[in-house]
Design a protein. Structure first.
Length: 315
């Protein structure tokens, strides 16, 4: 049987405001910030930002003139160098706003020996790396309910400071879901967590955030043990959000029902996303964070630009 455990309090840090595994961000975040930046730098080589034709000031490229379009766009100096007529295109420079929420609730502290990181570490790493990558591409990024949308190159440090301050103030860092407040049209949301809350609550949040037309992307973080349920024999299950325990004599007898319920729950979350044109992706903590980050960047890129689509495809 795979070894599964909760992070000890000495590993996660606890404060008077958040017992039972709340993150000590002032100690845990520095290493995660470095990791997030490294992953963002790696993925940055695999994408080309948001460069496309638009109304900005920065030169992008020359392209052949197409008969029927305005002659005002022709670059006569470039055209004089050969026998073709060229148009000078500028890069699209309208910054977009992306809201990134990372689940830091006690349940995210779960980690097994099969995982590369605890779920909370992976959510923070992925969310911070995405913020860094987006800002490098010229976008504005914020944490819903915690910060305004920012376009500073020190975005990961600003986010870390905001989260640490929230912990010290005894804020709502233990919430399992983000605020359900409606986001502005043509903005995007990225929600990263395990989403093991009741499906009705998850649906309410998604519908609330998308009620004015905002696009969104849900990334469900899962430990491999949560999917395979490798437990056998006498097993004691602990609830990370309370003191409740469940002792069973033949844990393997629960496996079939557990797998079916987990699949039904995920399908319900996927359906809630699809109903609003949001994408849904499952990311396991035994896989590299860079895989999920690259996929997320591609989905976000599809929703940006001078003629952004009204919905993102569900994955």
């Amino acid at each position: 049987m795979a070894d599964a455990r909760l992070l000890e309090k000495s590993e996660t840090g606890t404060g008077a405001q958040h017992q039972r595994g709340a993150l000590d961000l002032s100690r845990r975040l520095p290493a995660l910030l470095v990791l997030a930046k490294e992953i963002a730098s790696t993925v940055m080589h695999g994408v080309h930002g948001r460069r496309r034709a638009g109304t900005g000031e920065t030169f992008w490229q020359f392209r052949p003139f197409v008969w029927g379009e305005s002659t005002n766009r022709i670059d006569w100096r470039r055209s004089a160098r050969d026998d073709r007529i060229y148009v000078r295109e500028r890069e699209w420079e309208a910054a977009h706003t992306v809201w990134v929420w990372m689940d830091r609730s006690p349940g995210m502290n779960y980690v097994s020996s099969l995982a590369m990181q605890p779920k909370v570490d992976r959510a923070l790493t992925l969310g911070l790396a995405l913020a860094d990558l987006l800002v490098r591409g010229g976008e504005r990024v914020g944490i819903p309910g915690l910060t305004r949308a920012l376009a500073t190159r020190g975005i990961v440090e600003r986010f870390a400071e905001a989260m640490i301050d929230e912990e010290k103030r005894g804020g709502d860092s233990a919430a399992e879901l983000p605020p359900a407040a409606a986001l502005a049209p043509r903005t995007q949301a990225v929600l990263i967590g395990d989403f093991l809350s009741p499906r009705d609550d998850i649906t309410r949040v998604i519908h609330g955030m998308a009620s004015r037309g905002a696009l969104g992307h849900v990334v469900m973080i899962a430990d491999p043990v949560e999917e395979t349920f490798p437990f056998t024999g006498h097993t004691e299950f602990l609830d990370v959000d309370s003191t409740a325990t469940l002792r069973v004599g033949e844990a393997e007898s629960f496996k079939k029902d557990y797998i079916l319920r987990l699949a039904a729950h995920r399908e319900g979350v996927r359906a809630a996303c699809a109903s609003r044109g949001w994408s849904f992706a499952l990311h396991r903590t035994d896989r590299p964070a860079s895989e999920a980050l690259l996929a997320l960047r591609m989905r976000l890129e599809a929703g940006m630009g001078p003629a952004a689509p009204g919905a993102a495809e569900a994955s």
